[in-house]
Each structure stands twice: as C-alpha cells, then as structure tokens.
Design a protein. Structure first.
Length: 106
C-alpha cells in the first residue's frame, strides 16, 4: 500500500507542477497578445476561397483531443489484455498471495 501512496503523491505533484506551468504560460501569452494587439497596424481583410469550409482552431483542438482520448483508451485496453494474456506466466495476483501466505504459515 505504501508504494501505491507514494506513486499517487508523485503523480499528484507532477500534475500540479504541470498545471502551474501551463497557467504561467497562458498568463504570459495573454499579456503578450494584449501588447501586440495594441501596437499592430490594422490589416486589410483577405478573402480566401473556401475559408468558410475550414475548421476553426477550436474544432481542430477538440478533434485532436477526441482522437487522442480514443487512442489512449484503445492502448489501455490493449495493455490490459496483454497483462491478462501473460498472467499465467507472472507470479502476481492471487497465486503469489497464496504462496506468500503458505510461506508465512510455515
């Protein structure tokens, strides 16, 4: 159990650090964008053919993360199936627990 707690604490610390770093980057980009907006000249509108058919940046991000989510779920299922397939070769789980219990009883 102690190993699981240590792993959970480490995972939490890593995610917390990443979150703080991401927030700092977003703040910096917001500041930069505000400064650039105030000094950039007005640009003429450009009409690009079929521009209305292109996805928005938000759509691209959503689509990419939807795909990544499905891919990660598929990879997790694959890894779990591999573990199940190789379980008879590994000394873990119920069989290992029973062996430890038998040794402790002797």
């Amino acid at each position: 159990m102690a190993e699981s707690t240590v792993t959970q604490e480490l995972t939490s610390e890593i995610l917390n650090t990443i979150s703080k770093s991401q927030a700092a980057v977003v703040d910096a980009i917001e500041t930069w964008a505000s400064v650039v907006k105030s000094v950039k000249p007005d640009l003429p509108q450009v009409n690009v053919p079929f521009a209305d058919k292109l996805p928005t940046p938000q759509d691209v991000v959503a689509s990419a993360y939807d795909f990544a989510e499905q891919l990660l779920a598929s990879q997790r299922k694959f890894a779990e199936e591999l573990l199940k397939a190789t379980a008879p070769l590994l000394a873990t789980g119920t069989a290992a627990t029973e062996k430890k219990t038998e040794k402790a009883a002797k």
